[in-house]
Design a protein around this ligand. Sequence first.
Ligand SMILES: [Zn+2]
Length: 155
Amino acid sequence: MSGPERPWANPEELSLKRAGRLYGRGITLRCPHCGKARLLKSWFKLKHKCPECGLRSDRGEEDFFLGGILFNYVFCGLVFLVAVVLIVAFTWPAVPWDFLQWGGIAFIAILPFLFYPFSLTTWLASDILIKPVTDEEMEWHRASREGEFRRQRVR
Ligand SMILES: [Zn+2]
């Protein structure tokens, strides 16, 4: 089964105001589309559909959250880089290299777990920003079942 097409955003839909609203909802783990409901089922899993508007958290794509994993990787890398630069800058020339080495390993091992749900919801916000949800798509989301995707992966 294939679902409705998802058109790209019009230029006026790419406003900072709209982006701020979508990302604000994503960062607070709410549905970026309606902003009314929390999307977390558990720390490592989103609800299948938004309980308020019915938007599927995967937008009906089997591999949707690969982008969320990419976001997680980028967030962790940036935060780690900024932390290392700040520690080196503020402690120079007596940089605690041993602390950076072992603390850095612990820090980079923990960060992806902390950022994981935020990565998924901000990825969903990004996707909605560049491909706004249409009425036709929402009808499909509300009618679709879990495990049913708009596009099936080629096996
Ligand atoms: Zn919603």
